[in-house]
Design a protein around this ligand. Structure first.
Ligand code: UD1
Length: 364
């Protein structure tokens, strides 16, 4: 049996690694091959994760790079189709909600190759997010849907997805977190960045925020407000860096604001773990902070991961810095919610994905 495991963009790597390892450890007869689309190509957005996560070099590298949604998706499809025709895999596994996910999913589905979706069922109900379109479409054509949280089960049921295709596995990304947490004790990232004392960790890359010039006024206000009492650490995503430059926004000289390139997995995990609070518009970081019990303020109107708000330590602020400030004041007074770890976020999700796939795979 041959399985092609697709990765393409930064958030895919930590979701795919545990599934790869589960196959290697528990089903050594299965031939698992990694295909990297090259959607993210900078070494800081890609290679560093392979190294940190102990993944082998991908068997296939499609090298598609950046482009508009149509260009990027189409180029991935053209290149991935060649791989599928040459390799004739029995199963293609895709993860998350990026353009690589839907592009490779479509190719597999049209070639009648069984398709599995890791992190299925999440919905923000905001179709202006490209990720939401990718999620809905990928789920619609998948044969095996691996779900991280209860809301995903509900969403798939409401969309009429046959229940026998749906498997509640828990969160593969949290498997990676649990696996690599001990390594965060030995990184010297704080020393390297000159962080001492309490600090806030900031990340922003969502187009609805960072492509809007006004967003940076809120960001500057946040830095002005809190940089007296805290260091603020801000690893900058390439999209955000580009926009800072094109809008002519100058934040480099702000007091106590530490700007860095995108960081590797273990360094970043270490920074989340020890931060006073994370302020972000990321999807995955909402889950990582929930697992680690660190307060997280999400600067978005919606979340596709409601369990992080209902059970975890996440607050949904809206795309509105005044609301971020109000929430932060409460956290700063010591009133942050405590949070619990969601069901099946136990480090064994990758094993469940491999097991369910092997039990349910039908070669027809
Ligand atoms: C993509 C995902 C998003 C995910 C994010 C994580 C889609 C639709 N979006 O957004 O869901 O949260 O990855 O980072 O798939 N760039 C570089 N180097 C790189 C990659 C990108 O400089 O290695 C720059 C390019 O100028 C590119 C821009 O960043 O145009 C955006 O990259 P792209 O892959 O299109 O989307 P992301 O914003 O990274």
């Amino acid at each position: 049996m041959t399985v092609i495991l697709v990765v393409g963009a930064r958030p895919n790597f930590m979701k795919a690694a545990p599934v790869y390892k589960a196959f290697k450890n528990n089903y050594p007869d299965v031939n698992v091959k990694i295909c990297h689309t090259g959607q993210h190509y900078d070494s800081k957005m890609s290679d560093v994760f392979f190294r940190d996560l102990g993944m082998p070099e991908p068997e296939f590298y499609l090298g598609v790079g950046s482009g508009s949604h149509a260009v990027q998706t189409a180029n991935i499809m053209i290149e991935f189709e060649k791989v599928c025709i040459a390799e004739q895999p029995n199963v293609v596994l895709v993860a998350g909600d990026v353009n690589s996910t839907i592009a490779c999913g479509l190719v597999a589905s049209k070639l009648h190759i069984k398709l599995g979706h890791i992190e299925s069922g999440l919905r923000s109900f905001d179709r202006k997010m490209p990720e939401e379109i990718n999620r809905i479409l990928t789920d619609c054509i998948s044969d095996y849907l691996f779900v991280t949280e209860h809301s995903g089960l509900e969403n798939l049921k409401n969309e009429g997805i046959p229940q026998e295709k749906v498997f509640f596995t828990g969160n593969c990304m949290i498997d990676s977190l649990i696996d690599f947490l001990p390594k965060t004790e030995v990184t010297n990232i704080k020393q390297r960045l000159g962080i001492e004392g309490k600090y806030l960790l900031l990340t922003f890359h969502r187009p609805s925020n960072v492509d809007d010039k006004d967003f940076y006024d809120g960001l500057k206000e946040l830095v002005n407000k809190y940089s007296g009492d805290f260091k603020l650490v801000f690893p900058i995503h390439p999209r955000t860096r580009k926009n800072l430059e094109s809008f002519g926004v100058k934040i480099a000289d702000y007091h106590n604001l530490i700007l860095t390139e995108p960081l590797g997995y273990i360094d970043f995990l270490s920074l989340i773990k020890d931060s006073f609070c994370v302020i972000t518009d990321s999807g995955g970081i909402q889950e990582e902070t929930t697992y680690l019990g660190v307060p997280c303020i999400t600067v978005r109107e919606s979340t596709e991961r409601p369990i992080t708000v209902e059970v975890g330590t996440n607050y949904l602020a809206g795309a509105n810095f005044n609301s971020v400030f109000k929430i932060f004041e409460e956290i700063n007074k010591g009133n942050a919610k405590k949070g619990e770890i969601p069901e099946l976020w136990d480090g064994k999700s990758g094993e469940r994905v491999a097991k369910f796939l092997m039990e349910n795979f039908k070669n027809n």
